[in-house]
Ligand binder design. Sequence first.
Ligand SMILES: Nc1ncnc2c1ncn2[C@@H]1O[C@H](COP(=O)(O)OP(=O)(O)OP(=O)(O)O)[C@@H](O)[C@H]1O
Length: 596
Amino acid sequence: MAVNSFREDEQQAQVSKWKTLTRLYRYLLAYKSRIAVVLLIMLATISINMINPLIVEQAVNVHIANRDMKGLLLLGLAAVVLNLIMVAGVKARMIMMAKLSNQVLLTIREELYVHIQKLSFSFFDSRPTGKILARIIGDVNSLKDMLSDSVTTLIPDFLTVIGVITIMMAKNVKLALAALLTLPFMAAGMFVIQRVSHKAWQVYRKKSSNISAFVHEEMSGMRIVQSFRAEQESRDNFDVLLKEHRQSWNKSVRCADLFGSLIELTWGAGGFLLYYIGIKVIGVGEIGIGTFMAFSTYLAMFWSPIRNLANFYNKIVTNLAGAERIFDILDTEPEIRDKSGVGELPDIQGSVEFDRVSFAYSDEPETKVLKDVSFQIRPGETIALVGPTGAGKTTIVNLISRFYNVTEGHIRVDGYDLGDVSIRSLRRQMGVMTQDNFLFSGTVKDNIRYGRLDATDEEIVAAAKAVNAHGFIMQLEKGYDTELSERGQSLSVGQRQLLAFARTMVSNPRILILDEATSSIDTHTEILVQKGIQALLKGRTSFVIAHRLSTIKNADRIFVINHGRIEEAGSHEELLAAKGQYYELYQAQFRSLTSA
Ligand SMILES: Nc1ncnc2c1ncn2[C@@H]1O[C@H](COP(=O)(O)OP(=O)(O)OP(=O)(O)O)[C@@H](O)[C@H]1O
């Protein structure tokens, strides 16, 4: 299977940077009115900042030159008030922007999560959970500065540059041009650096993602790691990933540093030209001391935002890779989705028909896992699927739940082709129980209610009683209100199975799919589980990937699956009498159990 493990970097389609950026900023535009307020505040603060050198010029050239102390005092007072307003404005705009960008991150994260929920099994088959986590958490976080700085840095600094250039031009064109002379060199340098830097940051994000995948996998399998004493090997693998991560980080940071050096260089050169032209070409005597002081302040005011803008650009280049990875997921279409205009599947009886169904997994389209499978199941029938490993049993039941689309043929439920009804209306009437009996953290009651969110407490208890789970639940410290740890690790395997039965029982599905867990449990719980299974199967169409002889014997029909086909079908007695594959299987697997 082509799975992208922690050992390989993810593949990603190349998208234009401009497209990614505009798409990202569309999220900000949803908050137009708040951004307008921030912009207004900024306009005020920038204006005050611009006026400051003019106040100095006025103070020196007019008030100090004329020894007008009263005027100077009034000017000073006005300057203090204006600057206090500026400080308050800067603070307010920073708080507002931080809140706004956080809101955008939440929106993106939510959109991503909802989208991922819609994606098909094939999406999850092909990538480790850790890499998905890395996108939802790390990549989304990486956008934070980029979003907030775009309003608090990009716009004010851009306005400042425009403002300073205008004032400088108005005051002295030659001096202004001298300051601008080095800008084209800086732009050309930045263009070259960003290309290398962007690639380096893309690699860095992929390496971070590999680490996330590794850690997630190792944590999930920590019991296995410890019981096989594989800690050292695990550490070695981790070290390799860390080394790759460090190298990619170093390279990216080196690229990012080049931005800073370039700015300093062009800033220095620009300053030199300005002073050179100011002193040599125009001459200090030509202009007032105050004007010259104002000009040198403007010089700093010009280059400082240029540096900020360059840093911001650097930030975009650094974090664009994160945005690309988020949009890459958002652009992944769910393979399994409703056709346009599909109808709802009405309440069903539960008949199921496979009509010449063939199937291949999309990553291996040449290998047919199911080959021309046909059968008809009456409502309420229990079918046990048996056969060697890899035969195609799970694939059959996954197709009934429409976790994958058939490659050829049709599956019908009560005569409705699965492709012609909404997935939701189909799954609402189905119950799927996998071997791992996944439980969530929360109370016992919450976990059972997961089967049907509007189930009452009485219905929950009734469901638990029906599958023999009530007894052990009542022995737990807080009964139905006992908190379970993640995946229900605080319960025994058998108890987890019983809870999963109760959860399915409460959902009362018409069609039940049960992948019987094979783990051995104590005899007492085994009896409870067997009874639980029989209670669950009663009155509904059921497909059981069966491992217990009792389930197989009680089934209405047994399908022996091999090499993607149904090779034998019939009741336990019929198949034994036929002395075919089932007979062999029975001899090999169950004989010893029955004679024991
Ligand atoms: N997600 C997948 N992507 C690609 N191939 C798959 C996928 N799942 C299963 N297969 C392949 O399809 C074949 C049938 O697998 P399936 O899980 O249906 O077998 P099974 O009869 O349920 O086996 P077992 O009893 O071991 O669970 C196997 O060759 C398997 O490698």
